[in-house]
Design a protein around this ligand. Structure first.
Ligand SMILES: [Zn+2]
Length: 81
C-alpha cells in the first residue's frame, strides 16, 4: 500500500512539473514573440545580402559559397546584389 501511495505522489509531482514547464514555455514564448515584434518594428526591411553567380544566376543569401553548386564558379566571382 505504501508503495502505491509513493507512486501516486511521484505521479502527482511529475504532473506538477509538467504543468510548471508548460507555464514557463508559455512565458518564454510570449517573451520570444515580443522580442521578434520589437525587432520587426525597429527594422522593417530585413537586411540581407544576396550573392548571384554571374555564370548561371544561382542566388544565395548572406554569403557566397566557396564554389557555385550549379556551375562551379568561384566565390570571388559572385556579385553582391
Ligand atoms: Zn553558377
Amino acid at each position: 500500500m505504501r508503495v502505491k501511495l509513493l507512486a501516486k505522489r511521484y505521479a502527482q509531482a511529475l504532473f506538477d512539473l509538467a504543468v510548471e514547464q508548460k507555464i514557463l514555455e508559455k512565458v518564454h514564448g510570449d517573451l520570444y514573440q515580443k522580442a521578434i515584434d520589437s525587432m520587426k518594428s525597429d527594422n522593417d526591411i530585413p537586411k540581407k545580402d544576396y550573392y548571384v553567380c554571374p555564370t548561371c544566376g544561382y542566388t544565395v543569401a548572406d554569403k557566397a559559397p566557396d564554389k557555385c553548386p550549379v556551375c562551379g564558379a568561384k566565390e570571388e566571382m559572385f556579385n553582391k546584389a
